[in-house]
Design a protein around this ligand. Structure first.
Ligand code: COA
Length: 180
């Protein structure tokens, strides 16, 4: 179950390719948008600060504990419109967690669903995973709807699991198994 070298994934409208250094500008733009970071828990004050996110992607891959892709429209492979990937990958137990975000002008077109379907096929196929989970702020209906559409099962709620903006956040746990 080696995540390297990282394959590019193709869908009807999208290319999911490895994240490269020149993506930092668009990643900063996305993750500093309040509509995106309202539920991701990731926000960067400056472009330079986003270098931490770039290092995090590289470290996940180097340690084998995760793998992220730049999401691009097939016709514009250099312009990142979002990112999707795996974290908390535990090879021994064939499980990982999925994360994703898209630039808000790309919401409402089924693009996140298309990217997630491709990622799941890769996760259960070449990566050999059995369980892909997601933890979602209970007040993030777009993300929950996406997981429902992709056949994830709601397993429960971690109450008061994160502290954000001075108040506790409940996280819904979803998962889909290769055998589902
Ligand atoms: C979560 C997120 C990726 C979902 O994006 P999205 O565009 O709503 O998700 P989908 O790709 O499933 O698109 C579904 C919408 O596209 C519409 N759609 C249009 N064409 C479609 C098509 N060809 N196929 C499927 N759906 C289509 C659906 O009707 C649905 O519309 P609705 O939002 O009005 O109900 C996005 O809201 C986001 O980036 N949020 C911020 C980051 C975040 O919260 N990440 C998750 C943390 S857990």
């Amino acid at each position: 179950m080696s995540p390297s070298p990282q394959a590019s994934l193709h869908t009807a409208r999208l290319l999911l390719r490895p994240i490269v250094a020149s993506d930092q500008r668009r990643i900063h733009e996305g993750l500093s948008d309040p509509r995106v970071n309202a539920h991701t828990g990731i926000a960067y004050a400056s472009y330079e600060d986003t270098a931490r996110q770039m290092r995090w992607y590289a470290e996940l891959q180097a340690s084998g504990t995760g793998l992220w892709w730049a999401v691009c429209l097939s016709q514009r492979p250099d312009e990142l419109i979002g990112a999707i990937g795996l974290t908390q990958l535990v090879a021994e137990h064939r499980r990982a967690e999925v994360g994703y975000w898209l630039m808000p002008d790309c919401w409402g077109q089924g693009l996140a669903g298309e990217a997630l379907a491709a990622l799941l096929a890769h996760a259960y196929g070449p990566l050999g995973l059995h369980r892909v989970a997601a933890e979602v702020d209970v007040d993030n209906p777009r993300s929950s709807a996406l997981l429902d559409r992709l056949g994830f099962r709601h397993e429960g709620v971690r109450r008061g699991y994160e502290w954000k903006d001075g108040r506790p956040i409940d996280l819904a746990v979803y998962a889909r198994l290769a055998s589902d």
